[in-house]
Design a protein around this ligand. Structure first.
Ligand code: ZN
Length: 407
């Protein structure tokens, strides 16, 4: 009797703890991705409200303020002229935004940075893939309320543990504009950059699929990363997609460029990417907890290793990579590792769309080039110019379909 009461109590405690955790995650997510914040565009009122919310959460979690004004670090950026912008950008005056920075000081010699951007596209600024005429809020639940939410949970989990490092949590703004917040921080750091051990970034971690496919970028930026990630992936049942390069599509790039080991986590591309439909009802909360425990395992296993070694990755040359004068107007599925290039989105009215290519098609040949993978696809694109008519073969289910694309 007594034992069963104890057991019941324990079960109750567990369920309360778990639902408490999930509730907090859900609270953070649903607030950050709510219409009230109007898509959190850099410099907007919505982004300001978001930054206040994050600073309150940092305070509640007991993090020390580590910005230039409490938790905030203001940045002021003059947008550059962009010939591709749908709406002309005023390049004459600077826009003000802010990073939000909190700190766990363990009195250690080295500090780990854990970051996630909180800004998004507002009502569909530059970068939106939405084609409709009506102005709609881009809530950016996966991109990147998910990363901020997991970062807040990590701050809670890490406190009081892993004492051989200090931890600096940064919610970046201006990522969508071109890594503004992270690049500002690395140029105007609020701690000595020489003491930074490594940086962990999360951008779009809210859509873990049933097979638990997880992309990890930067695995080549320290000699310890690959085997460590491989081990954790196996233990926790993930299918890890390794991207060794330190230069990638999010804020870790700014830190890599300052010669720091980085890891960037991403649960994969989807049809709602950069559209108003990236909403919180599509978020996989259990998946976010799984990503979080993956990252916590990284932090735990590195804790006693001292300052880890940095290595430069080959993608240094990527700046010299060919500039494409043409595009198909599709969103590739970066997680796909079968033969060809899988399309996860087709932009309306662009070359692929006009040729009849649809979502889910796998491009296997363009002109004379066999498209084995993403690299081959990009090489093939480099060969064409505007006005070219090119035969493209796609796999659609079991069928092979040939279309003519005009660039
Ligand atoms: Zn993002």
């Amino acid at each position: 009797m007594k034992n069963s009461i104890k057991l019941l109590g324990l079960l109750l405690l567990i369920s309360v703890t778990f639902s408490g955790l999930a509730q907090t995650m859900q609270d953070d997510m649903e607030y950050l991705a709510s219409d009230k914040l109007e898509g959190r565009e850099f410099g907007s009122h919505g982004a300001l409200v978001a930054s206040k919310y994050i600073s309150k959460r940092f305070k509640k979690l007991g993090l020390e303020p580590k910005g230039t004004d409490g938790y905030f670090q203001e940045l002021s950026v003059k947008p550059r002229y962009n010939p591709h912008a749908k709406v002309p950008v005023d390049t004459s005056k600077a826009i003000i935004g802010r990073n939000v920075i909190g700190y766990i000081d363990n009195g250690a010699a080295t500090t780990v940075i854990i970051g996630a951007h909180y800004d998004h596209l507002g009502f569909g600024a530059e970068g939106s893939l939405y084609e409709g005429d009506e102005k709609l809020i881009h809530n950016g639940a996966d991109d990147n309320a998910s990363g901020v939410t997991v970062m807040l949970q990590l701050a809670d989990w890490i406190r009081g543990q892993y004492p051989h490092n200090n931890y600096l949590f940064i919610a970046f703004s201006g990522e969508e504009k071109g890594l503004w917040g992270s690049s500002w921080f690395t140029k105007n750091p609020t701690i000595d950059l020489a003491t930074i051990n490594y940086m962990i970034n999360m951008d779009m971690v809210g859509r873990l699929d049933a097979e638990k496919n997880l992309a990890v970028y930067g695995t080549g930026t320290s000699p310890i990363w690959h085997s460590l990630i491989e081990g954790i992936g196996k233990d926790q049942g993930f299918i890890v997609k390794y991207h060794p390069g330190g230069i990638g599509p999010s804020d870790h790039t700014s830190f890599y460029l300052k010669d720091m080991p980085v890891l960037h986590f991403f649960t994969g591309q989807h049809a709602d990417y950069h559209k108003p439909s990236d909403d919180f009802d599509k978020i996989n909360y259990d998946g976010m907890i799984e990503v979080q425990s993956f990252i916590e395992s990284v932090i735990a296993q590195v804790d006693s290793k001292g300052k880890i070694e940095f290595i430069k990755t080959k993608d240094e040359d990527s700046k010299k990579a060919p500039k494409y004068s043409v595009t198909l107007g599709v969103i590739p599925d970066y997680m796909y590792d079968g033969k060809g290039m899988l399309i996860s989105g087709v932009k309306e009215g662009r070359a692929a769309d006009k040729a009849g290519i649809i979502n889910g098609d796998i491009v296997i040949k363009m002109g004379d080039v066999e498209v084995r993978d993403m690299m081959a696809y990009m090489e093939a694109l480099g060969k064409f110019k505007k006005g070219d008519k090119v035969k493209v073969i796609v796999k659609r289910g079991e069928e092979k379909v040939e279309v003519e694309v005009e660039f």
